[in-house]
Design a protein around this ligand. Sequence first.
Ligand code: ASP
Ligand code: MG
Length: 439
Amino acid sequence: MKVMKFGGTSVGSPERMKGVASLVTKSGKPTFIVLSAMSGTTNSLIEISNYLYRKNPEGANEVINNLEQKYIGHIEALYSTDEYKQKTRLFITEKFDYLRSFTKDLFTSFEEKNIVAQGEILSTNMVVNYLQEQGVKAILLSALDFMRTDKNAEPDLPYIKEKLSAIMKEHEGYQIYITQGFICRNAYGEVDNLQRGGSDYTASLVGAAIDAEEIQIWTDIDGMHNNDPRVVDKTEAVRQLNFEEASELAYFGAKILHPTCVQPAKYSGIPVRLKNTMEPDAEGTIINNVLVKSKIKAVAAKDNITAIKIKSSRMLGASGFLRKVFEIFESYQTSIDMITTSEVGLSMTIENASHLSEIVDELKKYGTVSVDSDMCIVCVVGDLDWSNVGFETLATDAMKDIPVRMISYGGSNYNISFLIKEADKKRALQSLSKVLFNE
Ligand code: ASP
Ligand code: MG
């Protein structure tokens, strides 16, 4: 079976939902589909929660009412029979009444999780109703019945596998199985989610759980590009990526794929195909086990990076210094992305700077600390095994007019990362495209 996941824009209107329905039924084979919320909905649900955290029920109600009108407005366009119009209207009203029920009580992150989950619950119900109205044998399986995270908030794959197989066995013979992306239960059974953009992760976990033949991620672009299309004028879709290359690109800024998504597919060896809903016949990008030798594939960039340098003569020849430094970051649950070292100094980058001042204060116990904000990691990805001669020179040559704060190479066989000022990003990415891809 194939898993097909559709993002927010792909289910963003009644027309798009109909498009999804025709795509998933085209092959005539049993298919498992994972849907995001309609685009903009998750943001609105978070806005509602923010009003409620600030004890402003009027503000929340206004967003709820506007969103409800929008959803009710989709009914006429989507369904052709009174039966399904009525059924869907009832469902939508019930969900919005449920949202309104939160405006009266104490508000915590528990309530927020329940509110935020409604986006995917709405979109999947609308689509399954549409498919059934069209006579397709489709069934909605609630993600809350099988998607679960463990005590470390990591997906519990053995549990998901066992539960989902049992559910599928109970419901054999359907053409289309639908579930919600993003939402899950935590180890205590409470409604939770896999973080923003987490529907990709759901698709990959479902694929691994049912041992799918392929996991398809449908978005509104024709695959992973060799550079950031929002920054560089001429970019091209990359047709094939190795799992490792794809993870590096997703982690270091390529917006098309959620960084965690690749892992379950990689461990189960299931290919992931990125496809474009607007151009369903275009090839897209395939992510699999194959590594094309001696080829640089793509460049990605990640903004909002802070660099921290600690210089200490105590580091000279001392053991245990790195551990002390890393423990400080760990105690503030701040993860480090890039590291470079010299005999007397250490530079690191972080993305989450919410505990920066505390971290810096503690680091000062060990040496002189300096901070550079508004930085950007530029990551060059491909077969960069150290035995390949000349690739790092090519990348550094492209950066020859850019002030570079850090360079990291050799951590994996798949990337070289540069830390530069955010203000230099456009110049750097353009130059890399020119040198590496002749663009
Ligand atoms: N709806 C969620 C979000 O907007 C999850 C997703 O679309 O992947 O983040
Ligand atoms: Mg997404």
